[in-house]
Design a protein around this ligand. Structure first.
Ligand code: BES
Ligand code: MN
Ligand code: ZN
Length: 483
């Protein structure tokens, strides 16, 4: 992780950056040496720097100090603008030996947090083994330290550390990423934050306690690659609210007997992105010591193809008793989530239930690469979650839980069926999950984040590959809910 610190003294070597607001680009010059003003002014005019968020212009000044000097736009100066500026700077200054960022003296803590998040998130790179780090190791932000500012940087660090973990887990190839491996990573990460506890349930426990759908989805996997249920708990003293976060944890999705074509399968190591995000958000909340009780559940299984795999037409009894006919073995996410949700509702009895899942290809068809589908019956919960997403730089769009379609998931032999052929795939998957909300139906939100979980190319604060989508939205929502 980049070393980001607050310091007013000019000790660091390397590049200097100065932030440029779009309303008044020349105000940036107040932060620079008056002796060189004419040169800078001419440069800004020359390159037509408008201050738009994330735009960087580099003024090389060989043999002079500072060299180079980077001008970076912060747009309107909202969080998104500062985040974009941070992301753009990390990329532009990657090869520099250091970076010092000049910002106005009255820069708000929220802006500082967004700047740091952008710097850190965009500097992420997935590596299988230790590799040469980028030359840029240290960034100083030219502000005097204060309690508020230090706290803002610590909040950014907590969110970024958690997002980095979620990205690492999701990027990891599935030959290594078994359910047991994922569970072990959670145990390791939780050991680094005081007050977190982890329970890992193995197949024997799952059988004894009726988690049949998790077992059924995982039954085709090879020896040593069987399913797990991870429960990560943060239980601060005096917490009034209990939130359960559930994430789909399919460590690889071949589609099973209803096998996917290569094009649809080759990225299916990301099919545990929901589980990674809920684990990440819980770690971030604990690192921030938020006064809200959180239980994260990750039902983990590999949807493999083999002689032991579930078949179309098989029938499973979920935890809690709801029966389901498996009409498509590729609709496996809702099966494992159903067990975990029923368990949460019956045994954990939370106040709020939120699940995240790379659940359907239909989500990407409807909303594309950046925007997740959000489903909830609660206007308040949906509104709060949308506001959190907006503030932290993730994008969501609320979709309907259309009652018209609710009868489409009813079965002939069973309570429900896991697949239909009427289209509206993301919505029908949400209606399936709704069956498991019990008394929490009005206190439940579901995110289908299939496409946003992965970036095909680096974009803003997103590195190519896993994005860690959801860590930021959930953490921000938990922060505001706890406040
Ligand atoms: N993991 C997939 C959904 C997915 C697709 C995630 C593309 C990310 C990118 C899920 O398990 C799946 O296969 N869903 C099916 C459901 C269908 C069989 C009802 C789908 O969307 O086609
Ligand atoms: Mn599938
Ligand atoms: Zn899947």
């Amino acid at each position: 992780m980049l070393d980001i610190r607050l310091a007013t003294s000019r000790t660091s070597s390397g590049a200097v950056a100065v932030v440029v607001p779009s309303g008044d680009p020349f105000s940036a010059l107040d932060l620079l040496n008056p002796a060189d003003l004419a040169e800078y002014e001419a440069f800004l005019e020359d390159v037509e720097h408008s201050g738009s968020a994330g735009t960087v212009h580099k003024l090389p000044r060989p043999g002079r100090k500072p060299s180079p000097l980077l001008f970076v736009g912060i747009g309107d100066g909202d969080e998104a603008g500062w985040r974009a500026a941070g992301a753009a700077l990390t990329k532009s200054a990657r090869a520099e030996s250091g970076l010092r960022i000049l910002v106005p003296h009255d820069t708000a803590p929220a802006a500082l947090r967004a700047l740091a998040e952008g710097l850190w998130l965009a500097s992420y790179r997935f590596r299988l083994a230790d590799a040469e780090p980028d030359p840029l190791r240290r960034v100083t932000i030219a502000l005097e330290a204060s309690d508020e500012r230090t706290a803002a940087l610590e909040q950014a660090r907590a969110v970024v550390t958690a997002t980095t973990l979620a990205r690492d887990l999701t990027n990891m190839p599935s030959d290594r990423k078994t359910p047991a491996w994922f569970a072990k990573q959670v145990t390791k990460a939780a050991a680094g934050v005081a007050g977190l506890t982890v329970e890992v349930r193995e197949p024997e426990y799952l059988r004894e306690h009726g988690f049949n759908a998790i077992l059924t989805v995982g039954q085709g996997a090879a020896a040593g690659r069987g399913p797990r249920l991870v429960e990560l708990s943060w239980k601060p003293r005096g917490a009034k609210l209990h939130v359960v976060l559930i994430g789909k944890g399919i460590t690889f999705d071949t589609g099973g007997v209803c096998i996917k074509p290569l094009a649809g399968m080759k990225l299916m190591r990301k099919d545990m992105g929901g589980a990674a995000a809920v684990i990440g958000a819980t770690l971030a909340a604990a690192a921030m010591r938020l006064p809200v009780r959180i239980t994260a559940l990750a039902p983990l299984a590999e949807n493999a193809l083999g002689g032991d795999s579930m078949r179309p037409g098989d029938v499973v009894t979920h935890y809690g008793g709801i029966t389901s006919e498996i009409l498509n073995t590729d609709a496996e996410g809702r099966l494992v989530l159903g067990d975990a949700m029923a368990y949460a509702v019956r045994r954990l009895r939370p106040d709020v239930l939120i699940d995240l899942a790379t659940l359907t290809g239909a989500q990407g068809v409807a909303l594309g690469k950046r925007t997740a589908a959000m489903y909830s019956h609660s206007d308040t919960l949906a509104g709060d979650l949308a506001a959190a997403a907006e503030a932290c730089g993730e994008s969501v769009w609320r979709m309907p839980l259309s009652e018209d379609y609710a009868q489409e998931i009813r079965g002939e032999l069973t309570d429900i069926i896991n697949s239909t052929d009427i289209g509206a795939g993301s919505l029908l998957a949400a209606l399936y999950l709704r069956e498991f909300t019990g008394p929490l139906r009005e206190h439940w939100a579901h995110f289908d984040m299939s496409s946003p979980a992965w970036a095909d190319s680096a974009d803003g604060e997103l590195a190519k590959g896993a994005t860690g989508w959801g860590v930021r939205t959930l953490t921000r929502w938990l922060e505001t809910t706890a406040a």
